[in-house]
Design a binder for this molecule. Structure first.
Ligand SMILES: [Zn+2]
Length: 237
């Protein structure tokens, strides 16, 4: 098993670690700061360095419960002591993007009573689908205003580990389908954006909504009945 540092500390950029498995598929470490692709968040990229060598990590994935650092060159052999470092700027942008997406889902629920049906993110851009009947550019601008107002309140973002029983009894977590978390998972990791959104989530987030900055709604789409899509982008201006 790999100690998953990012689950507790999203701001850890590198760690010392030992190679447990090494092969064509990738490298497994005893501990890592890399986040494996999941929950709509891309896997981390970065590097593994050791005495006499270095490889790029092109992606990080979870396979059979193991976190695989996907490398394209010769990996370090089993037993090697390495420094595992993520591409921090990319990861931090993903953390801002992910927190923005949760805030969007919270705002749409709070003000329009619509549930999320899907979502995905890239570095600095994301999309989310809602059970909304109507969608328009005007609606998108309204949402953009409400979302930025909520983010500007600089609300704390908490990472909590709740006992499964407690999580399954929380109405807000039920709304965000906590029951879909596999039975074996206990406690359940919850991301709580104070007063805006609370959901079971494995991803990495910033410490407060002020760190997200401003967000633009870049596109609104109707994909069908009760299937409306909103695309957002971090405003780097
Ligand atoms: Zn999430």
């Amino acid at each position: 098993m790999t100690e998953e540092i990012a689950a507790d500390d999203a701001y850890a950029r590198e760690t010392e670690a030992t190679v447990l498995e090494s092969g064509e598929q990738g490298v497994v470490l005893d501990r890592t700061v890399f986040y494996p692709r999941g929950g709509g968040q891309p896997g981390d990229t970065g590097s593994l360095r050791w005495e006499g060598g270095e490889v790029r990590v092109a992606d990080t994935v979870r396979r059979d419960g193991r976190i695989l650092h996907v490398v394209e060159e010769q990996p370090p052999p089993v037993g090697t002591a390495v420094t595992a470092a993520i591409d921090w700027d990319r990861r931090h942008t993903l953390m801002r993007t992910h927190t923005a997406l949760h805030a969007l889902s919270g705002v749409i629920w709070r003000d329009f009573n619509a549930k999320v049906t899907g979502g995905n993110m890239d570095v600095g851009t994301a999309r989310m689908d809602f059970e909304l009947d109507e969608m328009s550019g005007e609606f998108g601008r309204e949402v953009e205003g409400k979302l930025n107002a909520a983010l500007a309140e600089d609300r704390p973002v908490h990472v909590r580990f709740l006992p499964r029983d407690e999580a399954l009894a929380d109405p807000e977590l039920i709304r965000t389908k906590v029951n879909l978390v596999p039975d074996s998972v206990d406690p359940i990791r919850v991301i709580d954006i104070e007063g805006i959104d609370r959901q079971a989530d494995g991803g990495t987030h910033v410490r407060s909504t002020g760190e997200v900055g401003r967000v633009a709604v870049t596109k609104t789409e109707s994909k069908g009945k009760a299937f409306k899509r909103i695309r957002i982008a971090l405003d780097e201006g």
